[in-house]
Design a protein around this ligand. Structure first.
Ligand code: NAP
Length: 483
């Protein structure tokens, strides 16, 4: 199946932080792929901005190296030199005065203007202020801001207020790249474009939901940042809560940015406060590769969690009685992100107990391979009597949509094109972000005010024992972490 390319309007996209890791690994390669796909209009400009002093030619060489390094295996690099002609560069210090007039001179009237803040959040306010002061951004401009969006409710509110001084909410695109994943959007398609699941999508038929984001990497070179953040801030408050919202929300009246975000917000507001026994924190230790959280962050007293598991309850009619278990961690057995919806077992089995039906599961896989599995019970083939076996109805998007999935846009590609189109559906609204912090703040605050240490877990394992017990005590078990 060949996907339709819907061209976007002519644009000038300014990337603040164009010399940084995110620009190199995701933004520039993503734009190149859209260029190859024919989606980037002929006179589009991509303007890099950062403090490094260099000219267009040097930035193009830097971009070429980055795209070559980070392009996908199947990517066609034959159009790279043509693409590079769209790139310009301006040396700008977000906190200084130089360079802004040069940037203004490059921006063309009458095209879409987007400003991607791929810099530390501490600079968001400075850039917003200078864009306004120099008359570079106007009421039609869009800004894209990266995570982390605050580190608690107070800082998120302050950041929203700073941005609101210069930009209206409909100009602000807060990125959560999980929302740009094909599967995440497919989750909405599967729920709201089919009759099959929605009647069963409630506490009467769903036993529980598991959301897992497991990484094999440790904190790597981000030790200092991570130790001030931890798994709840880094993963739960944003990515995992977004996934939870998409699973739990009511059907919006229309696939429209505010209709979708209104429904997500209602879910966040319906989250019950966590009970102390509903949360497990862990820290990895003693990896065969020598990895140890305390050494990796160079802080022997650190109480920051590299793993967290939560039992979350949603206090509304649809979900009352169905727990959502969330877990995320570093240095785990495999790299995987998935959502598992476990349905209740049939109320009565007509088959022998040993062969009796087991619960159906809908497994929504976000990475490494995007796709969905639905497990169903069937008769075991052959003449051995009426024996049942559980099998997956597998729908891998790469197979279904062709070309080994290489034509499936990466989340960043899709999201950047949505910015140019002016579609905010897959971006977080300010009140959503604040509501998410309002729920996580007490969890973080209680912990930071205490003295307990995270449970140690072996690097390369499935996480702390205590996290297993979180489900065992409910007579449930985690799905095995495997890629
Ligand atoms: P990074 O590698 O440290 O890059 C930072 C960029 O900001 C560089 O281009 C740097 O270039 C520029 N910069 C720093 N100070 C500046 C200033 N005063 N004025 C103008 N430019 C300045 O960071 P990153 O990993 O790309 O992350 C960028 C943002 O994305 C951060 O908010 C981060 O949290 C977020 N993010 C990153 C990732 C990722 O995978 N990397 C994932 C999710 C979110 P110069 O030194 O040349 O000025």
């Amino acid at each position: 199946m060949v996907s339709r390319i819907i061209p976007v309007d002519e644009f000038d996209l300014v990337i603040f932080g164009a010399t940084g890791d995110l620009a190199h690994r995701k933004i520039l390669p993503g734009l190149y792929r859209r260029y190859v796909a024919g989606q980037v209009p002929p006179s589009a400009q991509i303007i890099g901005a950062a403090r490094t002093k260099q000219d267009d030619a040097a930035f193009r060489l830097e971009a070429k190296a980055a795209i070559t390094e980070f392009a996908g295996k199947g990517d066609d690099l034959s159009q790279l030199d043509d693409f590079l002609n769209h790139l310009r560069y301006v040396a700008i210090d977000a906190r200084g005065t130089d360079g802004w007039d040069g940037l203004k001179a490059l921006i063309r009237p009458g095209v879409v203007h987007a400003f991607y803040f791929s810099v530390a959040p501490a600079l968001f306010g400075d850039i917003a202020q200078r864009l306004a002061d120099h008359g570079i951004a106007d009421a039609n401009s869009r800004i894209v801001v990266e995570k982390p969006f605050g580190r608690d409710l107070a800082t998120a509110r302050a950041l929203n207020a700073t941005l609101a001084q210069h930009f209206a909410e409909n100009q602000i695109y807060r990125i959560d790249h999980y929302l740009g994943k094909e599967t995440v959007q497919n989750l909405m398609a599967v729920r709201f474009a089919n009759m099959l699941f929605e009647p069963l999508w409630n506490a009467q038929y769903v036993d529980h939901v598991q959301i897992t984001v497991a990484e094999t990497v440790g904190v790597g070179g981000r030790g200092e940042y991570y130790d001030h953040s931890g798994a709840i801030r880094d993963m739960v408050q944003n990515h995992m809560m977004q996934l939870l919202c998409l699973i739990a929300m009511e059907p919006p009246y229309h696939f429209d940015p505010d209709a979708v975000r209104d429904e997500k917000l209602k879910v966040i507001r319906a989250l019950e406060p966590l009970l102390p026994g509903d949360i497990v924190r862990g820290q990895y230790r003693d990896g065969v590769d020598g990895s140890d959280y305390l050494k990796d962050v160079d802080n022997p007293d650190s109480r920051t969690e590299s793993y967290v598991a939560l039992k979350v309850r949603i206090a509304n009619w649809r979900w009352s009685g169905t727990p959502f278990y969330l877990r995320t961690g570093k240095k785990l057995r495999a790299r995987t992100s998935e959502i598992v919806v476990t349905f209740k077992a049939p109320p009565h089995s007509i088959f022998d107990e040993s062969d009796g039906p087991r619960s159906n599961q809908l497994v929504i896989k976000l990475q490494p391979n995007e796709g969905m599995d639905l497990t169903v019970m069937i008769k075991e083939p052959g003449p051995g009597g009426m024996r049942l076996v559980q099998v997956p109805l597998d729908m891998s998007f790469a197979d279904a949509l062709g070309a080994n999935g290489t034509d499936m846009p990466d989340a960043y590609e899709r999201l950047i094109m949505d910015v140019i189109r002016g579609n905010q559906t897959l971006f977080m609204r300010g009140d959503e972000v604040e509501a998410a912090w309002a729920w996580t703040d007490p969890i973080i605050g209680d912990w930071e005010g205490g003295t307990k240490r995270p449970e140690p877990y072996d690097a390369g394992s499935s996480g702390p024992e205590e996290a297993l017990r979180l489900l065992h005590r409910d007579n449930r078990r985690w799905r095995e972490i495997r890629s």
